[in-house]
Structure formats: C-alpha cells, structure tokens
Design a protein around this ligand. Structure first.
Ligand code: CP
Ligand code: NVA
Length: 305
C-alpha cells in the first residue's frame, strides 16, 4: 500500500475526502447497530504525540484505536526524549520501526512536515499552529449528515484567521462550497491559503452581513493554544465578533452552528448559544471519533469499497 500522510485536507483528493465522509457515516451507523465488532486494526499501534493540551482529539483517537482492535500510545515531550532535544526526524525513524501510524499535535506546522518526510508510516496532523484537518473531517460529516450535500452551500467563519479558519478555507476548496470570513482587521487568514481558494472564499468584515442567508456559521476561540499572553489584547480586538442568536436569526432558516470546542461562553459565543437548537456542537464533537476511525482505516488498510 502506498504511504499516505494527512497533514492538511489538501493531501487527499476531493473524491477521497467524499469517500471518507461517507465511510465515517457508515462506521458510526454500524457501531450503533452492532457495537465495536469491526476490528480492522487488530494488533496495530498508533503513537500519539501531544505537545499541546487536548480532550477531544486524544479521547477520539485512543477510543477509535481500541474499538478497531488496536492500541494507542500517548507520548508527551515532558516524558519522552522529544522534550530533551531528540530531533523530530530521528523520532520519526524510530517510531517507524515500531508502530503503524503516528498522530502529532504540535506548534510549528513545519515540524510535522519534517516528521512526515522522515517517516515510513502514515503521519496525521492532530493540530498545528496552521491547520486542524481532523476537526474538519468531523465538521463535514456533521454538516452532511444533518443537511445533505454541502456543495454550493455557504458557510461563515467568524473570528480569528487561525488554524481552524485555514482548514475551513481548504474545506471550501475540496468540498466546493462558499465561505465568508468575518474577521477583525489584522486577524486575516494567511494570504497564500486564502488566494489559493479563489473566489469561493471572501472576507466580509461585518459578521451580521456575512451571516445573511448562510447555511452554516462557525467560530473558534479568540486566543489559540500558545497565544495565552495575548488573551487580554485579543478580547478587545474581537469585540463585536461574538456569535450570538441574532446572527443565526439573520442566516438561512436551516442554519447550523458548529464550534470545534473548547468554547468560551460570553466571549466568542453568547452565554446561551451552545444550547440553541441550531447548535450541533455535541454531535460534531462525537463525530471526531467516527471521522478519525474512517481516516485511520483509510491510511492503514485502504479503501473499503
Ligand atoms: N477540537 C479539539 O481539537 O479539541 P481538543 O483540543 O480537546 O482535542
Ligand atoms: N484554534 C484552537 C483550536 C483548538 C481545538 C487552538 O489552536 O488552540
């Protein structure tokens, strides 16, 4: 089987991504009907390197490997040699001798690329400063299972032009939908990532205007992991960019709200937004499990057609 990595959504073709979304919906249904009896990764091991905190990503990858009959191994810089300066390339070569795939959550995206360059097993980006592609698999699954095909629809990103925003831009390219980005001046997404998406992605400064008629609205924290010291300044810069019920009222009648979580009530979302019937954030979080199981199967076993 040819070696494949999943560092951004651009590593798979639109057809492969569509397959993964279908497959994640099937995997979820079969788990609900039959329990965890499908074990395609029996005796396989996923190494999980976390240089940043996580709840959903760790639990979903670890549970997914268990349900598939395999094992997941948690590694952090604090208690591995990575924290004592062993180069990522050397770590990649060593892990390639022992485990079957690696998942990495880190700061610099280049360090995941260096890891993948030296690896002879699949490498999965579980969040870098620049991208969070696994989250987008769950988001596209959630949107599709709740509202059908997403092609041609309109999503709105409100807030920081961060790693999640970049992955939404890539999703707009790969799944062929429109994306409006409402961000304050100075917090735009990377210009190259934006330009590569062409006319389907636009910056619309006013969040309420951006929301008009939209099929999906999404946001994220104002200060990402690693930006803790900027928290106070960012609170001021993002004033007026809170997603609230009025914003959803301006959207399509069937609008959905998504948030990768964790959320800060009273900051990027109103106190009550996550409880609104138009918010699908718990289903979205749960879909991390199913979408990543589809990804693990695809990278380690191949397509099940
Ligand atoms: N959405 C997400 O990646 O959550 P965690 O940081 O809890 O893994
Ligand atoms: N943008 C956030 C996403 C967390 C899942 C961060 O990088 O901290």
């Amino acid at each position: 089987m040819a070696l494949r990595h999943f560092l951004t959504l651009m590593d798979l073709s639109p057809q492969e991504l569509a397959y993964l979304i279908d497959r994640s919906i099937t995997i979820k249904r079969e788990l609900a009907e039959n329990g965890p009896v499908y074990t395609p990764l029996k005796n396989r091991t996923l190494a999980m390197i976390f240089e940043k905190s996580s709840t959903r990503t760790r639990v979903s990858f670890e549970t997914g490997m268990t349900q598939f009959g395999g094992h997941a191994l948690f590694l952090s810089p604090r208690d591995s040699q990575l924290g004592r300066g062993e180069p990522v390339g050397d770590t990649a070569r060593v892990l390639s001798e022992m485990v079957d795939a690696v998942m990495i959550r880190t700061f610099s995206h280049e360090s995941i690329e260096s890891f993948a360059d030296a690896s002879s097993i699949p490498v999965i980006n579980a969040l870098s400063d620049d991208y969070h592609p696994c989250q987008l698999l769950a988001d596209m699954q959630t949107w599709t299972e709740c509202r059908g095909p997403v092609k041609g629809k309109t999503a709105v990103w409100v807030g920081d032009g961060n790693n999640m925003c970049h992955s939404w831009i890539n999703a707009a390219r790969q799944f062929d939908f429109h994306l409006r980005i409402a961000c304050p001046e100075g917090f735009e997404p990377d210009q190259d990532i934006l330009e590569a998406a062409g006319s389907r992605v636009k910056i619309v400064r006013d969040p309420l205007a951006a929301a008009e008629g939209a099929h999906l609205i999404t946001t994220d924290v104002w200060a990402s992991m690693g930006q803790e010291e900027e928290q106070a300044a960012r609170m001021a810069s993002f004033k007026g960019f809170q997603v609230n019920e009025a914003m959803l009222d301006a959207a399509d009648d069937d609008v959905m709200f998504l948030h990768c979580l964790p959320a800060h009530r009273g900051e990027e979302v109103s106190e009550t937004l996550l409880d609104d019937p138009r918010a699908f954030v718990w289903q979205e979080a749960g879909n991390r499990l199913h979408a990543q199981k589809a990804l693990l199967e695809f990278l380690m076993v191949g397509r099940i057609d």
